[in-house]
Design a protein around this ligand. Structure first.
Ligand SMILES: *Cc1c(COP(=O)(O)O)cnc(C)c1O
Length: 339
């Protein structure tokens, strides 16, 4: 079975397991787990941030960030495709009592002008007070698209001018860094908080680090506790993340190359209407009869995601081998003859 539904389906490698077994641990709720502390230090340093905190999931890290930046009744601004709005169970309203102003961006990416236009005037007390902007990089529902640093800088300027917090949902920020060659330290200069996941392209069983400026991060321990995310000897998981930092970042290029190749092949096939631009490890393509293609794939031991409205999604990852890749390409090519 080849599973291309998501890059979350990977299992820890032998070497990663070895690193986990050898981890030195302690009670992280007392901040006494040396491996967690080391991971947090490394991520903060990498992005030029002052502080960092380990979370079990990306959703919890994002939800904590939203809580840290807002008060109930306020409003955040994000793209209509944003994970924080679409895929975190309505958490922004449940956990923080905030509403989301959705922008009609391009593949999940917004512009500074769009953000500016969506800010409610702060002295107009009839509308919700805008206090936070959430951006996503790479975009998930947007098909793995990457922002330019210049757009981030422009959005930062708008946030500064209007006293708004700026959070980055960087679940797949590693992919963006590898694809663009951007300097992670520039991210630390622009964003107040950044979440980075280890359970996607990085291949660990779980874990997300929220890193940010001291002033905002001082609330993070309390908010994580409230959300039920205080964990004890979780250094075993942090060890997997440290292993991933050392071994699994550069190899993301291979995932990107394979995704691009899949995109190129799909473009040439008669049953494919459109392939969205492939920038990282996500391929979104449109077909006339998505159920027929899904059925064909599953009956040939390939699982992929149905995004609805004729769109299908493939995500390449650490456990997707060269042999799998050749087989998948052949599988999609063979489908022509079945029509
Ligand atoms: C996967 C993902 C998350 C976090 O998901 P969890 O399953 O909660 O770890 C957050 N944002 C984006 C864009 C994602 O793709």
């Amino acid at each position: 079975m080849i599973d291309l539904r998501s890059d979350t389906v990977t299992k820890p490698s032998k070497e990663m397991m070895q690193a986990m077994f050898q981890a030195e641990v302690g009670d992280d709720v007392y901040k006494e787990d040396p491996t967690v502390n080391e991971l947090e230090r490394r991520v903060a340093e990498m992005f030029g941030m002052e502080d960092a905190l380990f979370f079990p999931t990306g959703s919890m890290a994002n939800q904590a960030a939203i809580k840290m930046h807002t008060q109930p009744g306020e409003q955040l601004i994000c793209d209509k495709y944003a994970h924080v709005f679409n895929y975190e169970g309505g958490g922004a309203s449940f956990n923080s009592g905030v509403s989301c102003r959705l922008l009609d961006g391009d593949r999940g990416m917004v512009t500074a002008a769009q953000v500016m236009e969506a800010i409610n005037p702060p002295d107009f007390y009839h509308s919700a007070l805008t206090t936070l902007v959430c951006l996503e990089n790479t975009t998930n529902k947007g098909g793995g698209a990457c922002y330019d640093m210049s757009t981030f800088k422009e959005v930062r300027k708008v946030c500064d001018d209007h006293n708004l917090g700026l959070h980055l949902d960087g679940a797949r920020l590693w992919n963006a860094l590898v694809a663009t060659g951007q300097d992670p330290k520039e991210y630390g200069e622009i964003f107040d908080t950044i979440s980075v996941c280890f359970s996607k392209g990085m291949g660990t069983p779980l874990g997300t680090v929220l890193t940010g400026k001291k002033e905002i991060m001082k609330k993070a321990m309390r908010v994580r506790k409230v959300l039920g995310g205080g964990m004890r000897q979780v250094g075993y998981m942090a060890a997997a993340a440290i292993y991933a930092l050392d071994h699994n970042i550069d190899r993301l290029k291979q995932d990107h190359d394979r995704a691009k190749e899949l995109g190129e092949v799909l473009k040439t096939l008669p049953y494919v209407i459109k392939v969205e631009e492939v920038e990282t490890n996500i391929v979104i393509f449109e077909v006339e009869d998505e159920l027929q293609v899904m059925d064909y794939c599953s009956s040939n031991d390939l699982i992929i995601s149905n995004m609805g409205q004729g769109k299908l999604r493939l995500v390449t990852h650490l456990d997707y081998t060269h042999k799998d890749h050749i087989a998948v390409i052949q599988l999609f090519k063979n489908f022509i003859t079945k029509l």
